[in-house]
Design a protein around this ligand. Structure first.
Ligand SMILES: *Cc1c(COP(=O)(O)O)cnc(C)c1O
Length: 855
């Protein structure tokens, strides 16, 4: 039986408690622990049952409790104070970022398939989502005019539990958005705002939920509306659920639907940021809009869209990059391509590394690279890896010139720092560590924190972690139907005083969670040393289709439950933001063992770092740039080697890991001096906080994005649209002209007046004659490409020097000239090349046009 009408019933909150709704509906609570305490202290048990969701919590509080709270002056005073602080936060205009736009409307639209903002908003799976959540929070703190776009998954990402023999099971609770801190977007007359997209000829609708993240709005599209066919209602059922076709449908909704949602909401951001290739269809929709609304050609619209788009790639793992077969693309995009005025084959080429290869699948990161002029990887090393990985998109290019830069990720410090550590920072660094975490002066004061205070605080957090593990383990065991005797283990598991090593992350194979299992006897010896005990806490989910990952979990769990290990090794189920918080705040060491260079960045180690937890990791991702050879901020496993033989690598690196734990970590931790303090350990904690926290935080990251990408992209946009899009049209026709004439460019008669042998510091003049095929000399840049050579005679490093046009030959070739100076002794070589040059082209490499001198 279907009900005739449905109502949302909300509790009768006494008027004095109304401000509770304001606090509950702004995810500001997720980085203001006092608000969470305010809720939790009303009813800890209920708060925990509500999974950190203040709306569900308020809705479930008994009317009697509400009434007594309304009489509690102390509570009301705290509530009033917090409400006022939220108002002050929302009203603040200060910003360190010189955005040329002051309207307060979002200028940047940030697109992501997942967001990790709070435990109770189940639209994240792991690092990518947490990063997006931290990005929004820092954008809010920094007053960057940005709005987020994502999808609202009714079943979220799966929740993990294990069978008694350790095999991962997945469960999908159904979330009721009416009970979450989100509101449905409505139009002026009170109706739902609905957008639609065309999926294989079916008109599919989506409504929009808004999550308020401080000052930033996050809009989440939801296809579960009665207007849709049952299958289409499922598009937003699960994050990373379903098959490849489901992924196309989700990404269609995110990218194309996302742009339509912004319009329907009356927003017109001029810059878009594609967080991973998932949202790259957004670029197509913008192109189509510019064509339709402004009468631009496809080419001019593309210039405009790309010049104002930012793309961040997040993984070197091939499975992490969506590739769709042409047959799958066709029913979704054949008509769409027509509207863009493109033959379907030309359309497909936008997603192909080699545009002429009809067999190649349509690759989302490739599309994003072609539709954006600001591309970046997420650590310095990942920048290098990405340039190599996507070199084929710019096939004529030396890898250094592939236009993908690097902006290293960071974490939102106030979200991840434990309340107790935060209180220490308040006292020693001043309150502005929250607002200005990337100010080195602020964090340098961490050196002044009293050793005893820091250590006692840290020990309290370890104790809190142990308490949490015991409760969680008990719940896990009960759910598995464990016997009473087994339940007793959970009461005694872990020692609050013992050296605690944490390892928690997705169980992707490259992360090698089984590294420590290489030599189980040695591991058991490490944990059983009674005067100097060591214990481990593990957590993490394997992708539902990843049986290898599940096997690793099983192997690990079996060891954790063995009689030798069960008191000092624990696997916590259902890794989420709550488990992550306890772990990164309460462990002593954060272990990470990715197979270099497959970890693009990694962020959990940064969360640990800003709590004074020391990292022990292979030199991959952020650790490759953060670690210091004197081990003053933590330890490195190996020296950044990359191996051909994975099994051999695992063997070598596991031995190294045991060695470091035995010879460095354990002695430093247990070497106690006056007051039972481990002085050397504390010194590392302070060094790590004071030198790494100012760098690896998301304020620094968002400021980098603003400075390197958002502001220049907005400038570009403004320049290109002026005078009825004159510059966009000009740039497009210039580009077309270049493309037609480019293949006939030529270089001849390269001359240096110098002998074979040179001395360091001797300048060399190079001249070359260049045939420009009708292109004006100012439209190109002729460069000398020079540098030291390696033993194979290839450039080991290079430098580029611009040549100037000096004269013309009788047959119409232009003579260019420039001067280079070899800076060091050794084999040295040079060549000459031509690149396009236009004042509005941000990066002369982005067109993919280049001409090298032929031998
Ligand atoms: C931070 C975090 C991650 C990402 O950690 P990595 O070190 O990048 O693997 C994944 N899941 C959760 C729940 C997190 O909090």
């Amino acid at each position: 039986m279907q009900p005739l009408r449905v109502y949302s019933v909300v509790p009768k909150l006494p008027p004095k408690l109304k401000p509770l709704w304001d606090l509950a509906y702004n995810y500001w609570f997720s980085w203001n622990t006092e608000i969470v305490s305010l809720f939790a202290q009303v009813d800890h048990k209920l708060w925990r049952e509500c999974y950190g969701n203040p709306i569900a919590f308020l809705n479930r509080l008994p009317q009697k409790t509400l009434e007594s709270l309304a009489e509690d002056d102390f509570f009301l005073e705290r509530l009033g104070d917090l409400r006022q602080r939220l108002a002050a936060y929302l009203a603040r205009k200060a910003t360190s970022i010189p955005f040329p736009d002051k309207t307060g409307e979002p200028v940047v639209a940030y697109f992501s398939l997942e967001y990790g903002i709070s435990l109770c908003l189940p639209v994240y799976s792991g690092g990518l989502g947490i990063l997006a959540g931290d990005h929004l929070k820092s954008a809010s703190d920094l007053n960057v005019p940005l709005a987020g776009i994502g999808l609202c998954y009714q079943q979220g990402y799966f929740r993990q539990y294990l069978t008694p023999d350790g095999w991962q099971q997945e469960r999908y609770p159904i979330y009721d958005f009416e009970q979450l801190p989100v509101t449905l977007c409505k139009d002026a007359s009170g109706g739902r705002i609905l957008i639609s997209v065309d999926l294989r000829g079916e008109k599919v609708f989506a409504q929009i939920w808004k999550a308020q993240v401080g000052r930033v709005s996050l809009y989440l599209l939801d296809s579960n509306v009665p207007e849709n066919q049952p299958a289409s209602r499922q598009i937003t059922a699960r994050l990373y659920g379903g098959d490849l076709e489901m992924r196309v449908r989700q990404e269609y909704l995110l990218g194309i639907g996302g742009i339509r949602a912004l319009t329907a909401l009356g927003l017109s951001p001029r810059v878009i940021h594609m967080n991973e290739g998932h949202s790259a269809f957004a670029g197509l929709e913008r192109i189509g809009n510019f064509m339709r609304e402004n009468g631009l050609s496809f080419e001019a619209a593309l210039e405009l869209a790309a010049s104002s788009s930012v793309f961040t790639t997040h993984t070197p793992v091939p499975a992490g990059n969506d590739r769709f077969p042409p047959e799958l693309m066709q029913p979704y995009f054949e008509d769409y391509a027509k509207k863009l005025g493109l033959a379907f084959k030309v359309f497909l080429a936008l997603g192909r590394e080699d545009p002429r290869n009809d067999a190649e699948h349509f690759c989302m990161p490739v599309l994003a690279l072609k539709l954006s002029r600001f591309n970046n990887g997420v650590s310095l090393l990942h920048g290098v890896v990405s340039r190599k990985m996507w070199n084929r998109v710019w096939s004529q290019y030396p890898v250094e010139d592939v236009p993908i830069g690097a902006i290293t990720n960071g974490v939102h410090v106030p979200t991840w720092v434990a309340q107790d550590i935060g209180a220490l920072y308040d006292r020693y660094l001043g309150g502005n560590w929250r607002e200005d975490p990337d100010c080195p002066r602020v964090f340098s004061q961490a050196q002044a924190i009293s050793d005893a205070e820091l250590w006692r605080t840290h020990e309290r957090l370890r104790e809190r972690l142990v308490g949490y593990v015991r409760v969680k383990l008990r719940e896990q065991l009960l759910a598995r139907g464990a016997k009473r005797k087994e339940l007793l283990i959970s009461e005694e598991v872990l020692d609050p005083q013992a050296l605690t090593i944490g390892f928690a992350r997705r169980f992707a194979t490259y992360k090698r969670a089984n590294m420590l299992l290489q030599d189980k006897e040695r591991l058991i010896k490490i944990i059983s040393d009674s005067p100097r005990p060591v214990q481990f806490v593990f957590a993490g989910k394997a992708h539902p289709h990843d049986n290898e990952g599940k096997k690793i979990i099983q192997e690990l769990v079996q060891l954790c439950t063995s009689s030798e290990c069960r008191y000092s090794m624990v696997f916590l189920e259902d890794y989420d933001m709550e488990v992550a918080s306890y772990l990164v705040q309460g462990c002593d060491v954060w272990l990470n063992t990715p197979r270099r260079p497959l970890e693009a960045c990694g962020t959990s180690g940064m969360k640990a770092m800003c709590n004074g937890v020391l990292n022990l990791s292979t030199l991959d991702g952020w650790w490759a740039e953060a670690w210091r050879p004197d081990n003053s901020v933590g330890w490195a496993i190996g020296q950044g080697e990359e191996y051909e033989d994975a099994a051999y690598q695992d063997f070598v690196e596991s031995q190294t890991t045991y060695n470091i734990i035995e010879n460095e970590v354990i002695p430093t931790f247990y070497e106690r001096g006056h007051g039972n303090l481990p002085r050397n350990w504390i010194r590392k904690m302070k060094e790590s906080i004071s030198s790494l926290a100012p760098v690896y935080n998301s304020h620094r990251m968002v400021e980098d994005y603003a400075r390197i990408a958002y502001v220049p992209a907005l400038d570009n946009y403004n320049r290109l649209v002026k005078n009825d899009f004159a510059a966009a049209k000009d740039l497009a026709s210039w580009r077309m002209d270049m493309m037609t004439k480019w293949s006939n460019l030529d270089i001849r008669n390269i001359k240096t007046g110098e002998p074979e042998q040179l001395h360091v510091g001797d300048p060399v003049t190079v001249t070359a004659e260049v045939h420009l095929n009708g292109i004006r000399p100012q439209d190109v840049e002729v460069q000398i490409y020079s540098g030291r050579l390696n033993y194979e005679g290839k450039f080991a490093q290079r430098e580029t020097t611009v040549m100037k046009p000096t004269s013309t030959t009788g047959d119409g070739w232009h003579v260019f000239s420039g001067e280079i100076t070899p800076g060091e002794a050794g084999r040295f070589g040079f060549t000459v090349r031509i690149l396009p040059h236009h004042p509005l082209l941000l990066d002369s490499h982005s067109l993919g046009l280049i001409r090298w001198a032929q031998n």
